[in-house]
Design a protein around this ligand. Structure first.
Ligand SMILES: NC(=O)c1ccc[n+]([C@@H]2O[C@H](COP(=O)([O-])OP(=O)(O)OC[C@H]3O[C@@H](n4cnc5c(N)ncnc54)[C@H](OP(=O)(O)O)[C@@H]3O)[C@@H](O)[C@H]2O)c1
Length: 319
């Protein structure tokens, strides 16, 4: 596993980050990743050299942070870069809120569950239209001063809101976002084009979520085929494999063709395509429900794509 500087920060992270959204999550009565599997995934990721782990207070109603915290007690905390998020509430009754009161309540619960006294990276999970961004940034700046948080990050939001936050931090002398977490992958690009332009221009690291478009880019869904039983397309609520457009299917075909050429799998090629984005530091946050899926996805670290292969995937979506 190679390491890279996380954008303009001084911290070195593995070129792949482990996502833990499914730890403790129940979909249609199915527990997607149980505690034992969660710990096996963390073990395998660490064994492969991974040091960057993504969670949120809201994942699995706190179980994701809790199970990572348990796992960390057997490890050296300093070996890992732990990111979590605030917006949806676990501790406070002020749901979906980035007020001083909510952030203050949420950070304590997060640190407690993770069994640590600091977070390497703290993202705002969404934008809060009802709290001035200045209040949010002032509160986050205090957390950095107190040593509870090292770096600040921003997840999904409109490009103009990200720009407004950067401008506010600059104008008010506050800590600024240095890392971002948009949805982004080979078939999810137009929607985040403006956001990514801001990241490239302002030297913000990009940690894309859903790098496999929730499994679409593994090739497990066929255009007119049955949806595999138990897959996210079957039990998940935010993903509909039947909603994809012609150019998204054409891009998947390009990913599959490059995979055949490179003796790799479509999942590995899709993850590698992100790592090799050259306009900004790009560290995909991979989701895997089983150790076998993780094993396959980690293969992206050993892969290298030629310029022609990268362009083939990029161009398939444009066409
Ligand atoms: N900031 C945000 O708002 C936000 C939103 C979403 C996610 N995230 C973060 O990003 C991480 C990754 O998101 P994601 O889970 O959507 O990522 P993803 O990698 O696009 O999708 C993961 C899903 O794809 C399927 N899959 C993965 N590898 C596979 C393989 N090799 N073969 C077959 N199927 C495979 C599995 O689904 P099934 O086995 O269930 O079919 C798995 O749960 C999350 O864990 C979380 O940390 C953040």
């Amino acid at each position: 596993m190679e390491y890279t500087k996380l954008g303009s920060t001084g911290v070195d992270v593995s070129e792949i980050c482990l996502g833990t959204w499914r730890f403790g999550m129940e979909s249609e009565g199915v527990l997607e990743t149980d505690r034992e599997t969660a710990h096996a995934l963390l073990d395998r990721f660490a064994e492969a050299g991974g040091n960057f782990i993504d969670t949120a207070n809201a994942y699995g109603d706190g179980d994701s942070e809790r199970w990572i915290g348990e796992w960390l007690t057997e490890r050296d905390r300093e070996d890992y870069v732990i990111a979590s998020k605030v917006y949806w509430a676990e501790e406070s009754r002020f749901d979906q809120n980035l007020s001083r009161k909510n952030i203050r309540a949420e950070i304590e619960g997060t640190l407690d569950r993770l069994n640590t006294d600091y977070l390497d990276l703290y993202y705002i999970h969404r934008w809060d239209d009802d709290t001035p961004i200045e209040e949010t940034l002032r509160t986050l700046t205090r957390l950095v001063k107190e040593g509870k948080v090292h770096y600040l990050g921003a997840s999904t939001m409109a490009a103009w809101k990200l720009t407004k936050a950067l401008w506010t931090a600059d104008a008010e002398g506050l800590e600024s976002f240095t890392v971002t977490q948009p949805q982004h992958n080979a078939v999810y690009r137009d929607e985040v084009a403006d956001y990514l332009d801001v990241c490239a221009d302002q030297d913000l690291a990009v940690c894309p979520y859903s790098p496999l478009e929730a499994g679409f880019l593994t090739g497990k869904y066929e255009r007119d085929g049955d949806i595999p039983e138990g897959s996210r397309g079957d039990i998940g609520t935010w993903f509909d494999p039947e909603s994809y457009t012609d150019r998204q299917w054409a891009t998947l075909e390009a990913v599959q063709a490059v995979a055949a050429e490179a003796d790799a799998t479509p999942a590995q090629v899709a993850i590698r395509w992100l790592i090799e984005r050259d306009r900004f530091t790009c560290v995909p946050i991979i989701g895997a429900r089983t150790v076998d899926q993780l094993e396959e996805n980690l293969g992206a670290a050993d892969l290298s794509l030629s310029d022609a292969q990268t362009e083939r995937i990029t161009d398939a979506y444009r066409e």
